[in-house]
Design a protein around this ligand. Sequence first.
Ligand SMILES: Cc1cc2nc3c(=O)[nH]c(=O)nc-3n(C[C@H](O)[C@H](O)[C@H](O)COP(=O)(O)OP(=O)(O)OC[C@H]3O[C@@H](n4cnc5c(N)ncnc54)[C@H](O)[C@@H]3O)c2cc1C
Ligand SMILES: *[C@@H]1O[C@H](CO)[C@@H](O)[C@H](O)[C@H]1NC(C)=O
Ligand SMILES: *[C@@H]1O[C@H](CO)[C@@H](O)[C@H](O)[C@H]1NC(C)=O
Ligand SMILES: *[C@@H]1O[C@H](CO)[C@@H](O)[C@H](O)[C@H]1NC(C)=O
Ligand SMILES: *[C@@H]1O[C@H](CO)[C@@H](O)[C@H](O)[C@H]1NC(C)=O
Ligand SMILES: *[C@@H]1O[C@H](CO)[C@@H](O)[C@H](O)[C@H]1NC(C)=O
Ligand SMILES: *[C@@H]1O[C@H](CO)[C@@H](O)[C@H](O)[C@H]1NC(C)=O
Ligand SMILES: *[C@@H]1O[C@H](CO)[C@@H](O)[C@H](O)[C@H]1NC(C)=O
Ligand SMILES: *[C@@H]1O[C@H](CO)[C@@H](O)[C@H](O)[C@H]1NC(C)=O
Length: 532
Amino acid sequence: MKQTLMKLPSSLAVVLFILSTLWLSTTSNPILENFLKCLPEQTHSNYSISEAIYTSQNATFESVLLSYIRNGRYLTPTTPKPLAIVTAKHESHVQATVICAKRHGLQIRIRSGGHDYEGLSYVSHVPFVILDMFHLRAIHVDVADESAWVESGAIVGELYYEIAKNSKVHGFSAAAGPTVGVGGHFSGGGYGVMMRKYGLTVDNIEDAKLVNVNGTVLDRKSMGEDLFWAIRGGGGASFGVILSWKIKLLPVPAKVTVFNVGRTLEQGATDVLYRWQHVAPKLPKEIFIRAMPQVLNTSLGNKTVEVSFIGFFLGQSDELLSLINRSLPELGLQKTDCNEMSWVESTVFWANYTVGTSIDVLLERPKGPTDSFKGKSDYVKEPIPKQDIEFILKELLKMENLWMQWNPYGGRMSEISESETPFPHRAGNLFLIQYSSSWEEEGIEATNKYLSLSRKFYKIMTPFVSKRPREAFQNYRDLDIGANLDNQTIFNIARVYGSKYFEGNFERLVNVKTEVDPQNFFKHEQSIPPLA
Ligand SMILES: Cc1cc2nc3c(=O)[nH]c(=O)nc-3n(C[C@H](O)[C@H](O)[C@H](O)COP(=O)(O)OP(=O)(O)OC[C@H]3O[C@@H](n4cnc5c(N)ncnc54)[C@H](O)[C@@H]3O)c2cc1C
Ligand SMILES: *[C@@H]1O[C@H](CO)[C@@H](O)[C@H](O)[C@H]1NC(C)=O
Ligand SMILES: *[C@@H]1O[C@H](CO)[C@@H](O)[C@H](O)[C@H]1NC(C)=O
Ligand SMILES: *[C@@H]1O[C@H](CO)[C@@H](O)[C@H](O)[C@H]1NC(C)=O
Ligand SMILES: *[C@@H]1O[C@H](CO)[C@@H](O)[C@H](O)[C@H]1NC(C)=O
Ligand SMILES: *[C@@H]1O[C@H](CO)[C@@H](O)[C@H](O)[C@H]1NC(C)=O
Ligand SMILES: *[C@@H]1O[C@H](CO)[C@@H](O)[C@H](O)[C@H]1NC(C)=O
Ligand SMILES: *[C@@H]1O[C@H](CO)[C@@H](O)[C@H](O)[C@H]1NC(C)=O
Ligand SMILES: *[C@@H]1O[C@H](CO)[C@@H](O)[C@H](O)[C@H]1NC(C)=O
């Protein structure tokens, strides 16, 4: 997704989206009224909740709703809207929202950064309210203890910035996109360029604070190890509202090295990508090289595929060059391709800003979506034969607005057992593929066109990826792989998506869910179901 180009679609869709809420203001809804009456009753008067509540009566309702919609696919006049948004300013507001929504039969959708690919943090087809976490964004770094507490409404860019402010030799293993929210990202098992060295976000979490279904605030000790296990990768929204996380700060050298080199089909991209599969998952843990095949328009007016190889190394360029020269000479990496910089500057580079951009961009919270998108994911366990790589890139060339990211696993990822956290995709996986399709055109026809292209390409990839189940990464949410209706959770449907996201861990997640939320209050289209 183009982090740098965040802009509001200034279009008809936004106008219609806003107009479409007007009917709400003329409709009185007894369930909503009871919910609104309940909120202050459940809040201590020291922490007045009134300024945290938005309904369609408040002039700024639409702009608050829109601020953290990251996918233009859910900014249409027909997208269902919440009856209210509670922008919690204190943990007691979170408690009150849970208690009152449960009491009055309203579904809640919990939103931190709003990056959910399928909009599940802010759209539901039954009467619902949004619990918006963006005010709760405090970060406390404790360098002496090599730890930090970070609230769910922080974005990862703010976390990187704050760590760097306190230490030049610490970092954290989380998303390359700085606007990603801590609440959804961590609970979904987030990864970034230090995954091969340190594992996922969830492999580096020491404690958490959560509001459970009864509105009680729990920490690791009081929630117990089963629930603490479940929220580290099982998706927070099935179990409670995560208020904050305690993370382990991770050592980084004062200088790291990054590069981004592109090779077109004409420049031998097929050969390099073929070799990359064998090499990238086996390189030392300090090296992460993402391969990103995308269609490129040449200056001559024809199309080709260019594969970008984007690298991160916990060390300096001379050592990196000699390692790459030995193991992946096909890439032809040169000293001039390498940029040495501090770890925090490397997070700016990975967010696709040019070298030299101020780290202040990490603090930017653009309002609303840039465009519409659809994401899907796959795991690859065997290297793909060269003629098939050639075939895949040719098929990609026929697609419109579709690109891939191939992210190497191995290293630390292979050392952690499949049941250590709910995230099961460990040893035996060479790389994770993300398919991403994005478009600016509005309307259902464009949406259907790009959705069907994306599904077509996913089908083409079937022979080359994991099978039985065809595994998927939960943070790349995809309702195509199995989904419930949002008004009822059917166990056998949940088993379908559950086994793809969690494999053998699905059963333990169900047991935890049955223990902590037997009435299934915390639910969405791909939540973990309780046993009947
Ligand atoms: C531009 C972009 C870049 C990305 N880069 C990466 C990447 O590098 N690595 C990676 O692993 N993923 C990446 N992702 C995917 C991202 O990790 C997921 O979309 C993640 O769920 C986003 O978290 P969020 O808080 O922003 O989203 P939200 O939409 O707010 O939440 C996502 C899900 O988590 C739930 N949730 C949110 N907050 C809480 C909470 N406090 N308590 C309980 N449940 C909660 C929501 O209800 C929803 O189900 C990227 C996504 C985008 C759009
Ligand atoms: C990165 O930026 C370049 C130039 O601005 C743009 O062409 C490219 O599409 C961007 N890539 C991503 C992944 O956003
Ligand atoms: C409310 O505020 C008063 C006065 O500042 C303080 O004495 C009291 O402890 C507070 N109560 C809570 C629950 O925070
Ligand atoms: C929204 O309007 C209500 C009713 O006028 C008011 O009590 C509340 O404070 C408003 N919300 C915000 C965030 O200003
Ligand atoms: C390439 O050009 C075509 C036709 O002009 C255009 O539709 C498409 O969006 C362009 N693709 C990229 C990746 O720039
Ligand atoms: C562009 O197309 C022309 C004519 O088909 C071909 O000769 C040329 O090699 C192509 N160039 C590239 C960079 O693909
Ligand atoms: C790579 O190694 C070859 C010989 O092994 C050497 O000639 C070349 O200069 C090296 N290139 C780089 C960039 O280190
Ligand atoms: C859920 O919604 C669907 C579609 O709107 C409807 O057909 C179905 O009866 C509903 N089921 C329940 C249990 O409410
Ligand atoms: C919630 O409260 C109910 C009723 O008091 C109790 O039976 C249940 O065990 C509580 N659940 C949790 C998870 O604390």
